[in-house]
Design a protein around this ligand. Sequence first.
Ligand code: SF4
Ligand code: SF4
Length: 344
Amino acid sequence: MKGWILPKNSLSYWLRQLRKDSDLIGPLRTPDGDIVFESVEKIHEIVLDPPASLPSVKEFFLPQYETVFVFKTDTVRPIQEKRKRVIFGLRSCDVAALRLLDRFFLDSQPDPYYSERRKNTLLISVVCNRPDPTCFCVGIGAGPYLKEGFDIQLTDLGDRYMVEIGSPRGRRAVREYSFVFQRPRKTDLEDQFEVQLSSTARFQQRINLEGVRSLILSQRVDEGFWQEVANRCIQCGGCVYVCPLCSCFTVTDRVYQEHIERVRLWDACLFKGFTRLAGGILPNDAPVSRTKRWFYHKLIYYPEGIGGFGCVGCGRCAVVCPSKIDMATVVLNIKRVSENAVSG
Ligand code: SF4
Ligand code: SF4
């Protein structure tokens, strides 16, 4: 029978074993009540079935700030993290996002920094039993559970987890501690099916990105629409930083007395200077061109170049944007405006 059963009272033991040769990272609650993924010291402090973390786990693969190498007059020393990590408790949409980021960072010109981190990280995702009101992964096939692409996927069945294995790395992490796992019974599989059904039914938003992509491609969204959206954007970059699929970065040199560090840090295509050219030329000077580019990138260019939407429906942009310019709201507005144009 497919999968394994992990009794909940063995979870802590299993994670403790995995932590022996890896950093354990999981969702923890800050004093302000936010959920952040951090190194776990006390396993009982891991928040099980939390709301979406801010930001996503993207930062463990593409850090906000990293030194990529240090050079002195006669030497260049690349800096690469080699430590093994286990990330526990991420959501299906975050796993789906990493699979798309893999195509961006690994397919044509592999990024050694991202690659090393991916290779050294085991992902243990948990099926969302309680999606947030802002979530819409279900319409994109990025959640609440995945059929493939995970290392290990857990489904909460009350007093136990259904454990599915999706990679050799995941198989090793279960096989080494096989004594804490049990073979599932028929009733466990039935319970898993029930949980998946009820979780899917709990989504408040069903959003069809394909339909909106067609509307944009058939020129049914005019410039005035994007102008109105751009007028409300204060260009804070919040949506870009929390999005698990935004991967804009910049590279700069920090000069010290004895050496120079080349650093890579997050950037945002919504910022005016993002594509500044030599001579100070700004090809995307008008805010509307940057706002439009963000949505076009995710809805048009990403499917063409990467093979999937640049959005997994995590809903984080809806949580952080002070101006309600999140993917779900804009997509629903595009549909509404197009329908009104047809009926009018
Ligand atoms: S665009 Fe918004 S909803 Fe989509 S993946 Fe990015 S943050 Fe999540
Ligand atoms: S979070 Fe909202 S206001 Fe801030 S940059 Fe993104 S769209 Fe603009």
